[in-house]
Design a protein around this ligand. Structure first.
Ligand code: GLY
Length: 448
């Protein structure tokens, strides 16, 4: 519902990570957009032309609604899952404010993994065998039934950490016990899923929908493990690239027909149409694409490589999805690939320090095709400089004609601090930084 006195030239982006910097950057370049607010934003959005940070947390529902109403914001785009799960979109709609994102009921496709698996089963969406367990005895039966080769997941939101991939019965029981008895994920793990493990490459496919029509973003691949060779603990994502060569037109068509369309139709049929970005996290198994998980939002860091590849006007696409009546095509820029290397704080995804000065951002962006999106950064009030403020700090993105060039460009833009165990090198850098050195390597070694 659009109220006539709203200002269509203003957009509010809710969130403060790399995904939200990329959204704010892309929307600020859209026709007819004069002012983008980022709440709370970061040092990157603070320095982005046409973007202004607003000191409101992404879970301050009252504050966000009041701000958007007072500034007559023409479109609000919600980045993270937490405010979606808390009902921010429902609150905006009640206030008559246009908003891009799913309602709380539709966001259950991400906020409850048990609900999502039952939904997939109801609508014939390909998924692995699973058991929902509320107690250890039920979880143990399911783990033993799968011979220990299983995935144990917390039902609720656990900041991307609530998934344990297990090889043995002991691994499975330890994971289930930690969640159900040890409370390692609090209430999110009070119910668990025990799932059959799937094998194959992963693929992230995002559909922007008004609940009925949809358009797909270029398919992307993420790198979830902390270290090269997919070793080390799981993270929020250490890098991404798009379009993923593995996603042939036939495969994308199959995903469209067997996954995206049935999900959107099922959500409509059950009375809570999915408006927003449906993120299908897929495993490309020998039997075809199967759903690892759905998210009710854009991916991070996938967004950082997908949006720079979209030629169409992003604000027009998001506005159409928010208000209904069809979604324009997200036309890809022809002959372009994008790669993103995440530069993280030392110790991430474990304990890490913050407050480190970040150098070399201008040097990084002088590299052909490079854009640095900020993830965990803040402005130093004393100097105006950027400081580290999170685990994932910078997303160094490069867009070039080939994936190999894009990867080379992103790495060329990353420097080394004097404390980095070798001669200092120009480019984006801070003390203690670490990043993977093999982003997209698998795709480059085995192109499809
Ligand atoms: N890249 C993983 C996620 O956005 O959840």
């Amino acid at each position: 519902m659009t109220t006539p006195d709203l200002d269509p030239s203003t957009v509010l982006v809710v969130g403060g990570g790399g995904r939200e910097h990329a959204l704010a950057w892309a929307v600020a370049r859209s026709a007819g957009v004069r002012r983008v607010y980022a709440a709370p934003g970061n040092a990157g959005t603070a320095g982005e032309r046409g973007v202004v940070n607003v000191d409101l947390a992404d879970d301050d529902l009252d504050g966000l609604v009041a701000f958007a109403a007072e500034r007559r914001v023409g479109l609000t785009v919600v980045g993270p899952e937490k405010p979606l799960g808390a009902g921010l979109v429902d609150r905006f709609r009640t206030a008559g404010l246009p908003v891009f994102g799913p309602t709380r009921a539709a966001a259950r496709i991400e906020t409850s993994k048990a609900w999502a698996r039952d939904f997939m089963a109801r609508h014939g969406v390909p998924h692995p065998r699973f058991t929902v367990a509320d107690d250890l005895a039920a979880a143990e039966r399911a783990v033993r039934d799968l011979g220990g080769r299983c995935v144990v997941k917390a039902d609720g939101l656990a900041a991307g950490k609530g998934v344990v991939v297990c090889d043995t019965v002991d691994d499975g029981l330890a994971a289930a016990r930690g969640m159900l008895v040890g409370g390692v994920f609090g209430m999110a793990g009070a119910r668990v899923l025990v799932e059959e493990r799937m094998d194959g490459p992963e693929l992230s496919v995002m559909a922007i929908s008004d609940g009925d029509a949809f358009t797909l973003l270029p398919p992307a691949q993420d790198h979830k493990r902390a270290l090269d060779g997919d070793a080390g603990p799981n993270t929020g994502g250490m890098g991404a690239y798009a379009p993923a060569p593995v996603a042939t037109p036939d495969l994308v068509d199959r995903i469209r027909r067997t996954i995206v369309e049935p999900v959107l139709a099922g959500m409509r049929a059950e009375g809570h149409p999915f408006t927003g970005c449906l993120y299908a996290g897929l495993m490309l198994t020998a039997a075809g694409p199967s759903v690892v998980e759905f998210n009710a939002r854009f991916g991070d860091p996938e967004t950082q490589v997908q949006l720079p590849l979209v030629e169409s006007d992003l604000a027009a696409i998001l506005r159409a999805a928010a208000t209904g009546g069809g979604v324009p095509d997200a036309r890809p820029r022809p002959g372009r690939s994008a790669a993103c290397v995440v530069v993280a704080s030392g110790g991430y995804p474990g304990v890490y320090a913050t407050g480190r000065p970040i150098d070399g951002l201008a040097e990084a962006e002088a590299v052909d095709g490079v854009k640095v999106f900020h993830a965990g950064t803040r402005v130093d009030p004393a100097t105006g400089a950027a400081l580290t403020a999170g685990g994932r700090v910078l997303d160094v993105v490069c867009v070039r004609p080939t994936l190999a060039d894009a990867v080379a460009g992103a790495y060329a833009a990353i420097g080394r601090p004097a404390s980095g165990g070798g001669p200092a090198r120009p480019g984006a850098r801070f003390d203690g930084m670490h990043h993977r050195n093999d982003i997209a390597r698998r795709a480059l070694e085995a192109p499809v």
